[in-house]
Ligand binder design. Structure first.
Ligand code: ZN
Ligand code: ZN
Length: 651
């Protein structure tokens, strides 16, 4: 039978090679075994921390008319978009959590006059605003999304740089509306009373953000912190794989609405907890999907709070959604209401009667003597809290756990592997598609209501808001949540990166990141405006293929690193920088420099500015600073690492 004939039994053919044999030179197998050069390029880009999907900006010198295309790091927070930027982001987050968690002093920012670095950031933000506007008008949605990411990064950097408040209101895209509080003119409604949790004690909130210190029997003091997980309510029993036992009874509608409004519930929880405890409790954490696809949140909390209090506050916390009723879906995406140009309103396709306006719909709720919220979000009964001591492996493990998934797309955290899981996801998604994401969501039209600021461009039932997309699972807002006074300290990495952007953007020193101290920048940024900026399109002739741009960036970074090594003294670059900029607020060092005793591989990677994988690879080839194994852990002696570095520099 033909199926039993293998290549080896056919006459005239060599026996099939065993898998251990190398493929015959020149064969397809041999060719396929060769690494693809473009993959290697990306791998090296990742190793050097070069963004693989940079944002091209064109800068025109107003005096000479010369233009230059400058690549900005995309600043992506997700690995599937850009591994180097995502990894950088995760490291920053870990440093940020580490810095704020167990600090024992108040991180209150000093109200200093704005530094030039701060002004540069604001200027940079302005450039991005300009580019965003251009992209918006040119309907370049991909670019727009990239720019929104960049804007978010810069605004975080602005906050980290010690500036208070927002530089401007957030852009009213559906994406933004999730995390940001911009309710418009607040309606005076009886909701104020309802939103409070009357059964909780209400204390005046002190400005204190640091927890209590405890004294042990031997007189030593310690200041423990906590780790908290909050989940949402049950929507019906689920199997271990996260799928409902009875899909028909599983409450997908509530699951969808809860997911969309989860961020508000969390806000309310912290507000209630602070009032209940009487001090300004600080947190850093993130929102992740559970296996059942509902969001839950992990938080590191500075200081300790009795578990009972956490449970009581969680049980008493709820968020009411005062939106128009959505019981009846009156239209579908295939037979939607239509826009009437004459009266500037959405009307019924048959009767041409205008739909209820947003204001009318809210007025109706106000006029109702006994109004009911359209939705109420509550936590589930499962409140998981435990104490964590500073500096323990437990603390480090927890930080890694909190940041484990932040570089992943929500939909990639739990891949639907079985039919049952895919169907569960689909059912949730179908519900999310018709759940209004914000008060401006085009989905309102399906329910016969014109959303706030309704206009002709809305696509009923096809809102582009993130929460409606299949792979967001309704978690459309920010996934990393960090309270304002978590760490008043600047993240040195973050600052450095953004300054590099600013330098590149301002054209101060585009080719020599090492040489440019802040003093140089400051001189340059005070010059009158000499450049005009615009967003370059990927297919513009002067932008050039991405591979060419990556190669240039990698080469630049590699030369820069060599220069840095050659420069010498074995001190972290951040420490040098801090001295250079004379910025008094930075005293105390970054996360890494505060470490007493031995360094972890992460500390050494930070110090040498190389990826941890590189250090592992070096060890395999017996290169790199000396390390010792302590149990399963690799540990470095800081002075030995510095000495090794000096050796390299001298060589
Ligand atoms: Zn990137
Ligand atoms: Zn929407």
């Amino acid at each position: 039978m033909a199926s039993t004939l293998t290549a080896a039994t056919l006459p005239g053919l060599e026996p099939a090679p065993t898998p251990a044999d190398p493929p015959r030179p020149g064969s397809r197998a041999a060719r396929m075994a060769l690494p693809r050069s473009v993959d290697v390029l990306k791998e090296i880009a990742a190793e050097y921390g070069v963004c693989v999907r940079p944002l091209a900006m064109r800068r025109t010198d107003l005096a000479t008319g010369l233009t230059e295309v400058i690549d900005l790091p995309c600043g992506a927070t997700r690995e599937d978009k850009c591994p180097p930027c995502a990894k950088k982001n995760r490291r920053l987050r870990q440093a940020q959590i580490r810095e704020g968690w167990h600090r024992d002093d108040e991180p209150l920012p000093a109200p200093d006059p704005a530094t030039d670095a701060q002004k540069s950031l604001i200027l940079f933000r302005a450039h991005l605003e300009f580019a965003r506007d251009e992209a918006d008008r040119a309907a370049q949605w991909d670019q727009l999304a990239d720019l929104d990411d960049a804007i978010r990064e810069v605004e975080e950097a602005i906050a980290a740089e010690g500036l208070r408040g927002r530089v401007g209101p957030p852009h009213a895209t559906a994406d933004d509306d999730q995390g940001d509080d911009d309710p418009g003119p607040r309606r005076k409604r009886s909701t104020k009373r309802r939103q409070d949790a009357p059964e909780l004690p209400r204390r005046k909130v002190e400005r204190r953000t640091v927890g209590k210190t405890y004294t042990a029997a031997d007189g030593s003091t310690f200041r423990p912190s906590m780790w908290l997980t909050l989940t949402l309510d049950s929507y019906g029993p689920v199997r271990p794989d996260g799928t409902p036992v009875n899909p028909d009874r599983y409450d997908y509608r509530r699951a969808a609405w809860d997911a969309v409004h989860f961020p508000r519930l969390l806000d309310r929880f912290w507000q209630n907890l602070r009032r209940c405890e009487g001090w300004n409790v600080q947190y850093a954490g993130c929102v992740e999907p559970q296996r059942r696809l509902a969001p839950h949140a992990h938080f590191a909390i500075r200081g300790t709070i009795p578990r009972d209090t956490l449970r009581t506050v969680a049980a008493a916390t709820y968020h009411q959604v005062w939106w128009p009723a959505v019981d009846v879906q009156r239209y579908t995406a295939d037979r939607p209401p239509v826009w009437d140009e004459g009266i500037s309103a959405w009307v019924d396709p048959d009767t041409r009667q205008p739909l209820t306006t947003w204001t009318e719909a809210l007025d109706a709720i106000d006029d109702d003597p006994d109004p009911e919220p359209v939705h109420v979000v509550r936590f589930g009964t499962q409140v998981d809290a435990r104490g964590v001591m500073p500096g323990t492996t437990d603390a480090e493990r927890t930080i890694r756990y909190v940041t484990k998934y932040i570089t992943k797309h929500t939909g990639d955290v739990h891949k639907a592997a079985t039919d049952r899981q895919r169907k569960h996801l689909d059912r949730l998604w179908h519900q999310l598609r018709v759940t209004p994401c914000t008060d401006r969501c085009a989905n309102w039209l399906l329910y016969g209501v014109q959303p706030r600021k309704a206009n002709a461009k809305l696509k009923p039932g096809r809102c582009k808001g993130k929460v409606h997309q299949r792979d967001t699972l309704g978690i459309g807002g920010r996934r990393v949540l960090i309270s304002r006074d978590w760490s008043g300290k600047t993240l040195s990495d973050h600052k450095h990166d953004v300054r590099a952007w600013v330098r590149a953007l301002l054209g101060v020193t585009t080719d020599s990141t090492t040489a440019g101290t802040l003093a140089d920048d400051q001189g340059a940024t005070t010059e009158p405006v000499r450049h005009a900026w615009e967003l370059a399109r990927p297919d513009d002739p002067d932008v050039g293929p991405l591979a060419h741009r990556l190669m240039r960036s990698i080469s630049e970074r590699a030369r820069w690193r060599t220069e840095l090594l050659a420069q010498g003294p074995g001190r972290p670059r951040d420490a040098r920088r801090r001295d250079d900029n004379g910025d008094g607020r930075q005293d105390g060092g970054g996360a890494m420099t505060t470490h007493q005793g031995l360094w972890t591989i992460g500390d050494v990677a930070d110090y040498l500015r190389v990826p941890q994988e590189t250090l592992y690879r070096w060890r395999k080839v017996k290169y790199g600073p000396p390390a010792a194994r302590i149990g399963r852990h690799l540990r470095y002696e800081p002075e030995a690492v510095r000495a090794w570095f000096r050796e390299q520099a001298a060589a």
